[in-house]
Structure formats: structure tokens, C-alpha cells
Design a protein around this ligand. Structure first.
Ligand SMILES: [Zn+2]
Length: 209
């Protein structure tokens, strides 16, 4: 079964392997509409592949993109949406942020709010892995250690509380609520990961110069 390497439009894993599991030939062409699944989340992906008379993408063993004598990919879908995440995030946080942002775009508001809170939770653990306790206590110890400002601490408690509400409330959340929650978590990430990342890369550049 042929494979492709793509960033997954469902679970947002970067450079994950997709494996072919079905194909249908378009009438009077050498183009095969080929279905693939993500090795991470098993979500579907479709590529229309022109096959030059050799193996088809389904029958081939290995990455079909390395075999330009056999295959040319003509179309593929679904296209990964162009939401950007803040820079210098650890890989898992990047993925969770994209899930929160894409869910908001798709108007999956409850899912987005829950992911925004997860972003905060994972960020806080990453910033102070040795700290103990629940999310409230961890945010407090970040502030005490001077890793976040008092303002950011207050904000973090807002996301913590609101995201928690989204997870337990019976009423669906509003667009405004989900949007605000996402922008809080984005600001938190920018302060705690993006700005320090920018500063250290700037320092690095200057040391080289
Ligand atoms: Zn996936």
C-alpha cells in the first residue's frame, strides 16, 4: 500500500504518514482517486493520482512521492486550513492550539473552548514541570516564581475557569465566548513561549555576528 507524508488536516500532526486503502479509476483516464488514512488519527485523505502504467498508488509499496516515474499527484483534499499558531511552541502545544483555532473556524465552539483550556493546562505544565497540584495551584506557582506577570496570572485564571465551565455546562457556548477564550490562550502562549523564543533567537544571531 502506497504512502504519502502530509500534515494531517484532522489531528494536525506534522509530517505524518498516510497509507492508501482504496482506489477507483476515473473513466477513460489513468487517474486513480485514491483514499488514504492518517497513521495518527485514522482520518481520511484523498489524492487523485496519475499513474504511468506501472503500479497504482494502492498497489505500490513505499512513498509514492519518491517515484515520479510511476506517479503524479494531481489533486488532493481536504486542504489543511491556514490557521497560524504562535511561534516557538513545543510540538504538542502547537497541535492543541491549532485544534482550538480550527474548531472555532468550523464553529465547533464547545470543542474549541475545551481545547483552549487544554492549551493553558499543557503550557503551564511545560513551563514548570516540577510544580505540583491542580491547575489553579500551578498557575499560582508560576506567578510566584516570576515566570508570568500578575496580569497574566489573572488572565490564566479566567481561561481556567471559563474553559472548565465549557467542559461541564449543559448550555452550548457562544461564538464570543469561544473567540475570547482562544485569544486569551494565544496571548498566554505569546508571552510565555513566543517572546522568550524570539529573544533567544535574536541573542543567538548577535552572538554569531
Ligand atoms: Zn491525523
Amino acid at each position: 500500500m502506497g504512502q504519502l507524508t502530509r500534515s494531517c488536516p484532522h489531528c494536525y500532526t506534522k509530517n505524518v504518514s498516510f497509507t492508501a486503502f482504496g482506489e477507483i479509476q476515473k473513466p477513460n483516464t489513468e487517474v486513480f482517486t485514491t483514499s488514504f488514512y492518517c497513521g495518527g488519527c485514522f482520518g481520511g485523505y484523498v489524492a487523485e493520482v496519475l499513474c504511468y502504467g506501472g503500479p497504482t498508488a494502492l498497489g505500490y509499496k513505499g512513498n509514492i512521492e519518491n517515484e515520479s516515474q510511476y506517479f503524479q499527484i494531481e489533486h488532493e483534499y481536504p486542504v489543511l486550513s491556514k490557521v497560524n499558531s504562535p511561534k516557538y511552541l513545543p510540538e504538542n502545544l502547537d497541535k492543541f492550539f491549532l485544534q482550538a483555532a480550527n474548531s472555532l473556524n468550523e464553529e465547533n465552539l464547545d470543542a474549541s473552548s475545551i481545547m483552549s483550556r487544554k492549551v493553558l493546562e499543557v503550557a503551564v505544565k511545560k513551563l514548570a514541570p516540577e510544580a505540583n497540584g491542580n491547575l489553579y495551584q500551578r498557575i499560582e506557582s508560576l506567578a510566584e516564581a516570576g515566570l508570568i506577570t500578575q496580569e497574566l496570572r489573572d488572565w490564566a485564571h479566567i481561561i481556567r475557569g471559563d474553559g472548565n465551565e465549557a467542559a461541564h455546562e449543559e448550555e452550548p457556548v457562544s461564538v464570543e465566548f469561544a473567540t475570547e477564550l482562544l485569544s486569551f490562550s494565544e496571548m498566554f502562549l505569546m508571552y510565555t513561549f513566543t517572546m522568550p523564543g524570539m529573544i533567544s533567537s535574536k541573542r543567538h544571531d548577535e552572538n554569531i555576528a
